[in-house]
Design a protein around this ligand. Structure first.
Ligand SMILES: [Zn+2]
Length: 159
């Protein structure tokens, strides 16, 4: 493996601190890896504004990459251009979110601004919004009318 592949490998092991089944790569947070003689620079896009885990992610990324970077310095930066969107979550990432019991952000939003969330337990879209503001700013609480379970869903972003 070359250095870049090793770094990818290391980044793949960095999970979201709150949703520990999904890696930051699967969430689409990685924008760029720059490697020079002296440094490895990782540019990440923050996901939902207000999610409090960015500092933890920054530290975990730095630690993971440090092990592969040899004598190089490791820099981790959050950048805001291009903005992160929930479309960046990979198919694998969507699957991992469901395994955690969280409905991934919808691909489709109706013209009235309503979005359909799929129940992570039974796959039904016969669901209702219980509380737009869930335990974290980026999540909502929904209720599945098919299997009668409440579940969390990630909001589409931007919307
Ligand atoms: Zn269900």
């Amino acid at each position: 493996m070359n250095l870049k592949e090793k770094i990818f490998d290391a980044l793949h092991k960095v999970k979201d601190p709150e949703i520990n089944t999904v890696s930051i790569l699967e969430l689409g947070m990685l924008e760029e890896i720059e490697i020079s003689e002296e440094a490895v620079s990782i540019k990440l896009l923050p996901t939902f504004m207000g999610c409090p885990a960015l500092e933890v992610i920054e530290r975990n990324v730095a630690e993971a990459v440090l092990g592969t970077a040899g004598t190089r310095r490791v820099e981790v930066k959050f950048i805001h251009h291009p903005p992160w969107t929930s479309d960046r979550i990979t198919e694998n990432g969507r699957q991992r979110l469901k395994e955690f019991g969280i409905s991934p952000p919808p691909n489709h939003i109706s013209e009235t601004g309503e979005w359909e969330a799929e129940c992570p337990f039974c796959g039904s879209i016969y669901t209702t919004m219980e509380n737009l503001f869930g335990p974290a700013a980026c999540r909502s609480i929904l209720y599945c009318r098919s299997c009668r379970n409440p579940f969390e869903a990630l909001k589409p972003y931007p919307r």
